[in-house]
Design a protein. Structure first.
Length: 219
């Protein structure tokens, strides 16, 4: 390899469940790609955070775990969830701690039927389904605002507050519009629950209409 080789530093966090299968397989694919050429290579560092780590230490990841990830070019993350640990602990203690800590506000999910895959959508051809779903990842239900009072009493009350900010809505919408602009159809569908969530989601719809004017080439 020459001195011009780009070296990417990748953190691998298999987590639990299927993550322990897919992350090693994904790492192997990247290693093969790196070995096949001379343009780039990878340095992997494994982190054993997840359910087993919680059973040993009482937390899903170390308190200073973000510092260990901060210098990485990417995080190859598997799954958070353990049948013996409450879901809110596994999610907020690992994946959302990383998302909020690094302000990873865009949840981007490509959705395709790959050639040769027996997909559950039997009447859908590979060329018929090629979406990218973009979802807010640090605000809304992921803002973490709320609490419980009078625990165990007849008047026990719990609240989960979905918080949306104009800055947060604008940036995720601009990300989605820019992504749509880069794709062949230049089509974006904005989906909200503004009929029931009459404040945050109505604000979202209004901001979407404003941002749309910045992208006249996207329908």
């Amino acid at each position: 390899m020459t001195g011009d080789v780009k070296r990417y530093r990748i953190a691998t966090i298999p987590g639990d469940g299927i993550g322990r299968e897919v992350v090693p397989a994904g790492r192997r694919v990247l290693e093969i790609l790196g070995d096949a050429g001379s343009a780039f290579t990878f340095d992997f560092e494994d982190f054993d955070w997840g359910g087993d780590y919680y059973r040993q230490h009482g937390v899903m990841m170390p308190e200073d775990g973000l510092d260990a990830l901060r210098g990485k070019d990417a995080i190859l993350f598997g799954s958070a969830g353990d049948p013996d640990i409450p879901d809110h602990i596994t999610l907020w203690g690992l994946r959302l701690k990383i998302c909020q800590g690094f302000d990873q506000y865009a949840n981007v999910r490509p959705t395709r039927i790959l050639p040769g895959i027996d997909a559950p959508l039997k009447r859908c051809r590979a060329e018929d389904l090629n979406w990218v779903i973009v979802r807010e990842n640090t605000e809304g239900e992921y803002s973490g605002v709320g609490g419980r009072v009078h625990r165990g009493q007849p008047l026990e009350t719990a609240t989960d507050v979905s918080v949306m900010t104009r800055a947060g809505v604008e940036r995720i919408l601009r990300y989605a519009y820019q992504l749509a602009r880069s794709r062949p159809r230049r089509l974006l569908t904005v989906i909200t629950k503004s009929n029931a969530q009459r404040h945050a989601m109505v604000m979202w719809d209004e901001i979407a209409a404003e941002v749309a004017r910045e992208f006249p080439d996207v329908t």
